[in-house]
Design a protein around this ligand. Structure first.
Ligand code: SAH
Length: 338
């Protein structure tokens, strides 16, 4: 894998079934690949969770439409711009706007917000993570100044997709969105949850092959973590070990890809971010949302949003990263995987 950057479905399934055998060798190779492409630099992105209204009803997600207990909020344009201002001062050069699929953020409203950010912080990358929209909508937002888009495919397999989502959503539509985004010119991030209910090693092998096919600029993976007000409340969480193993494999599959050590990984293991970096990750996305809304963007239970997960604590995060021999950098951090 380290040499050819590809394996068959059977080979991936076999490796995943035999995790623990050669782990440290995998991580060594993955770190080598990250170092060869990105050096010891870790890129940071300021994550703004600007709305937790959502029209979808994904079975795993805490902000799903049917969750009556979710305390809903939306940020105003002014609040979003002041997050950017604070983030810029802290050294962030990428702003990520993430939210549920909230119809009140129309194309025109988002265009206004994006073009305001684009004008005031012209040296920054603007990343959207706002779910499925039409080709025309994606195009309009791109033309307004958005550069990147994060849309996890969640799982490649149609049947498995159907066990995680209501019938209105489909794996085919999700993938179509990803190809649309690429065609328009966005730098695209995709990914999936590790250990989501009913997931098999074959599903994960298919996810790996899909990553190879799409060849995205970024791949976000994190363990599934149950949320108490969802149909998956009683399901088992995904494991940190399997997540780390997959991070290592993805680094070798797509050596130049941007690979975040995600909040979910930091949530199930307090050293998750460091372990992620030592398994080949090179991006961290601290939370830049206004503190009073952070607890409301609860995708899963116990989601980290304070401490070193908070953008204000960048200094202490820097220290932790230095302790393992890496360095946080102030830059847009564009992907080398083009
Ligand atoms: N509405 C946007 C943003 C979704 S939230 C979109 O559709 O892309 C970002 C990611 O959080 C999701 O893609 C999903 O993979 C992850 N997520 C949601 N619920 C989760 C849970 N219970 N455990 C772990 N990750 C979860």
């Amino acid at each position: 894998l380290a040499k050819s950057h590809v394996l068959s479905r059977e080979e991936f399934s076999f490796l995943l079934d035999n995790i623990g055998e050669e782990d440290s060798y995998l991580y060594e190779k993955a770190r080598e690949a990250a170092l060869a492409n990105y050096g010891n630099k870790i890129y940071v992105r300021g994550l703004m969770e600007f709305t937790n209204y959502c029209k979808n009803d994904c079975f795993y997600c805490g902000i799903r439409k049917s969750n009556r207990n979710a305390n809903r909020y939306r940020l105003t344009k002014e609040q979003i711009l002041s997050c950017c201002e604070m983030g810029y001062a802290l050294g962030f050069r990428t702003f990520v706007l993430q939210g549920g699929e909230d119809g009140s953020f129309t194309d025109d409203r988002l265009t206004d917000i994006i073009s305001s950010i684009r004008t005031r912080w012209s040296d920054c990358a603007i990343t959207l993570s706002i779910g499925e929209r039409s080709y025309e909508s994606y195009k309009q937002l791109y033309d307004a100044g958005a550069n990147r888009f994060l849309l996890r495919h969640e799982t490649y397999d149609d049947t498995h997709y159907g066990k995680l989502h209501p019938p209105a959503l489909s794996a085919a539509r999700r993938k179509q969105c990803l190809f649309d985004l690429k065609k328009i010119g966005y730098q695209v991030g995709t990914g999936f949850m590790v250990g989501s209910p009913y997931q098999t090693f074959e599903n994960l092998a298919d996810d790996m092959l899909f990553l190879k096919e799409l060849n995205p600029q970024m791949v976000g993976i994190g363990p599934f973590i149950p949320h108490h007000d969802t149909p998956f409340a009683d399901q088992k969480a995904g494991s940190a070990d399997l997540t780390l193993f997959l991070l290592g494999l993805i680094r070798l599959l797509l050596p130049k890809v941007l690979l975040p050590a995600t909040t979910a990984l930091g949530t199930i293991d307090s050293d998750g971010r460091e372990k992620g970096i030592l398994a080949g990750a090179n991006v961290i996305m601290p939370n830049l949302s206004p503190p009073q809304v952070r607890e409301k963007y609860l995708l899963y239970d116990s989601k980290l949003c304070t401490g070193d997960e908070a953008a204000e604590s960048l200094r202490s995060l820097k220290q932790r990263i230095q302790n393992i021999g890496y360095e946080i950098t102030v830059s847009r951090g564009d992907s080398l995987n083009i």
